[in-house]
Design a protein around this ligand. Structure first.
Ligand SMILES: [Fe+2]
Length: 210
């Protein structure tokens, strides 16, 4: 290479974008949502049974309740915020929706006990998934995202522990009460060990392209 040669360049391609917002939905909003979640956790026998049978440490309404926004005004209000943020996220992803819309497909409560976790998974059949964090005590689980290309890397060397954030093979995001995280549904993620002394309460959801 001579002095006249242009400097080498690096391009960053095939980017994975994760959306984070801190919702300010008014005073008492999170308390009201927490009350809805705890009330469902106490009353929903089918959900309690499902959680026990499927090894969920705590309670989830995932398989038992499909009309939370209709049952609880606070969840209805949450849905209106989600609709707005999902629309903004799709714009940032530069998606061409071709006249179809992004619609809430399902939404469920998670009350994760101390010591609970949720292994790595994706959300098939939807396009945007996310979680809104209601009650996040000190030490509560983070959400860990995994580089979607890991399965293709075969003999690639690992990355340095102090590698740049965008080069790390996985990233844990610690939510706060009021945090909203959105990601593309194919992105693998897990809920790490809940080291809090009380339950970690969140509401998860999927948006479909219709
Ligand atoms: Fe998930």
């Amino acid at each position: 290479m001579t002095d006249q040669a242009p400097a080498p360049t690096l391009e960053t391609l095939f980017v994975t974008r994760i959306y984070r917002a801190e919702l300010d939905a008014g005073e008492g909003f999170n308390d009201e949502l927490a009350a809805c979640c705890m009330s469902a956790a106490e009353d929903d026998r089918a959900g309690q049974k499902w959680s026990l049978k499927n090894g969920y440490a705590g309670y989830t309404s995932y398989s038992s309740i499909d009309d939370l926004p209709w049952r609880y005004p606070a969840v209805k209000l949450l849905k209106s915020h989600l609709d707005r943020h999902v629309k903004a996220y799709a714009k940032l992803l530069e998606w061409d929706l071709g006249g179809r819309k992004l619609e809430l497909d399902n939404l469920w409560i998670n009350v994760l006990d101390p010591g609970g976790m949720h292994g790595s998974h994706i959300h098939p059949n939807s396009v945007i998934s996310g979680t809104y964090y209601v009650d996040i005590p000190e030490g509560a689980s983070a959400l860990r995202f995994e580089d979607p290309r890991l399965a293709l890397m075969m003999a690639a060397p690992p990355r340095k522990p102090k590698a740049a954030r965008e080069l790390q093979p996985s990233i844990a995001m610690a939510p706060k009460p009021g945090t909203l995280l959105l990601w593309e549904s194919w992105l693998r993620h897990e809920v790490t060990l809940n080291q809090a002394e009380t339950e970690r309460v969140s509401i998860s959801f999927n948006y479909a392209w219709r």
